[in-house]
Design a binder for this molecule. Structure first.
Ligand code: NDP
Length: 263
């Protein structure tokens, strides 16, 4: 029996175990998916092998540590330095990123997206911004601290802290901060969020399973919004495909994983 896990801090909120176990159980794939509360990202690799895992997902705040832990990083993850999916291959740790394509799947129903504001500058923001730029979208990044913006200054996008922010008209604003995940914080000061919401057609949040204060404000202003559930589904399907190494069909994985959202 293969064992999989999600690493994070916090990790108790994660729906990944339910999603992947639903696929394994309903499609008779001999595997079990658990969760691991990991405090120190530097211990990721040794913990992965000590638990005898075949694969794992990685969430806040360890996605950059996961990149560093890998023996080999493949595909889009290599470009962004952020890993959310780990697979054991012949005793080696292989890293991938399925978040960005999962998010593109999630916003495919939003039309005419050309100009995007990303709130936050962590691992998720890096992955999404690089993916948006691949599609020639215009991107601005707004973050609380200046230090994390250095990476974005090397890219073809605008980047701001709360103090030097210059607002524009956006088609979509995405919250990739963890503000609202375990607290009731907004991703930026309320007056900034109010201005931003007056300048966008759509709003998305990477956080799922709750209406964050940011989404509540969007809802109150009748802006079309979505939480991170579809992003979660998209990245989960792509991760599961890697876990089972093409033994299961993508459409079967998606159908069974979707059922877990109704549980
Ligand atoms: P990181 O820890 O890499 O980055 C966190 C970011 O949030 C930083 O830019 C940080 O700013 C900012 N931040 C944290 N707290 C606050 C706050 N109180 N106010 C303003 N900014 C804040 O996290 P990740 O990028 O890995 O994940 C971010 C979020 O996305 C999480 O909530 C995670 O659950 C969610 N997520 C959802 C997915 C899905 O499938 N739906 C997939 C991936 C992530 P600073 O630099 O100033 O510290």
């Amino acid at each position: 029996m293969q064992l999989f896990s999600i690493f994070g801090n916090p990790v108790s909120h994660s729906r990944s175990p339910l999603m992947h176990n639903c696929v394994f159980k309903n499609l008779n794939y001999e595997a079990c998916y658990t969760r691991t509360h990991l405090l120190d990202g530097d211990k990721l690799k040794e913990t992965f092998f000590a638990l005898g895992l075949s694969g794992a997902n990685v969430t806040v705040p360890h996605k950059e540590a996961a990149f560093n832990a890998c023996d080999e990083v493949r595909g889009f993850a290599k470009k962004v330095g952020v890993v959310n999916t780990l697979v054991e291959e012949k005793g080696k740790l292989i890293g991938y990123n399925t978040d960005a394509d999962g998010f593109m799947y999630a916003i495919s129903e939003f039309k005419n997206i050309k100009n995007i504001l990303v709130l936050g500058a962590g691992g998720t923001a890096k992955a999404l911004v690089s993916r948006f730029l691949e599609d020639d979208l215009q991107v601005s990044v707004l973050n609380r601290s200046a230090s994390r913006l250095e990476y974005f200054q090397t890219l073809d996008c605008k980047s701001f802290t709360w103090d030097d922010f210059k607002i524009q008209k956006y088609d979509l604003v995405v919250n990739t901060t963890s503000a609202g995940l375990k607290d009731e914080n907004l991703p930026a000061p309320q007056n900034l969020i109010e201005q931003i919401l007056q300048h966008t057609n759509y709003v998305a949040d990477a956080i799922y399973g709750k209406l964050t204060p940011f989404l509540k404000m969007a809802k109150n202003r009748n802006i079309t919004f979505k939480d991170g559930a579809d992003m979660l589904l998209g990245q989960g399907v792509l991760a599961n495909e890697l876990f089972v190494n093409n033994v299961l069909k993508k459409e079967d994985i998606k159908r069974e994983m979707q059922k877990s959202f109704k549980l």
